[in-house]
Design a protein. Structure first.
Length: 130
């Protein structure tokens, strides 16, 4: 089995309600060696976070009429690093109090997503450099 750049013990929460995008991101992240737990709603993600602490997360901002604000707050409370992946511009202030979080605007390359994850997740950086 070929070596992957990242350690499969790195668990990522993926919050994205557009199924084709979610599946594509999950497949690419799995190919890179991450373990991914996808969710299409904030309620599902919040329920899961009651029992599991991921190593990092990728959050889509607008999900069927709601923002990911509550999930972002929960991740922050758990000290879980995350990045925002959105078709909306940061200037819209959809996530007040999270200006420090990396914000990637769609479309962006998968390499940009990986670079943002590496910036916020020391475990990903260490594995990538090994």
């Amino acid at each position: 089995m070929p070596q992957t750049p990242y350690d499969s013990t790195i668990l990522l929460l993926l919050l994205e309600d557009d199924s084709p995008i979610s599946i594509s991101l999950e497949d690419i992240l799995n190919d890179e060696g991450f373990t991914v737990q996808p969710f299409a709603s904030c309620a599902q993600a919040l329920q899961w976070l009651k029992e599991v602490r991921p190593d990092g997360a990728i959050l889509y901002v607008s999900l069927r009429g709601e923002t990911c604000l509550e999930v972002a707050r929960e991740l922050q409370g758990l000290s879980v690093p995350f990045v925002i992946y959105s078709g909306r511009h940061r200037s819209e202030k959809l996530l007040p109090g999270f200006d420090h979080v990396p914000w990637l605007e769609k479309p962006c390359s998968f390499r940009d997503i990986l670079a943002a994850l590496e910036d916020v997740m020391p475990a990903a950086q260490r594995r990538r450099q090994a």
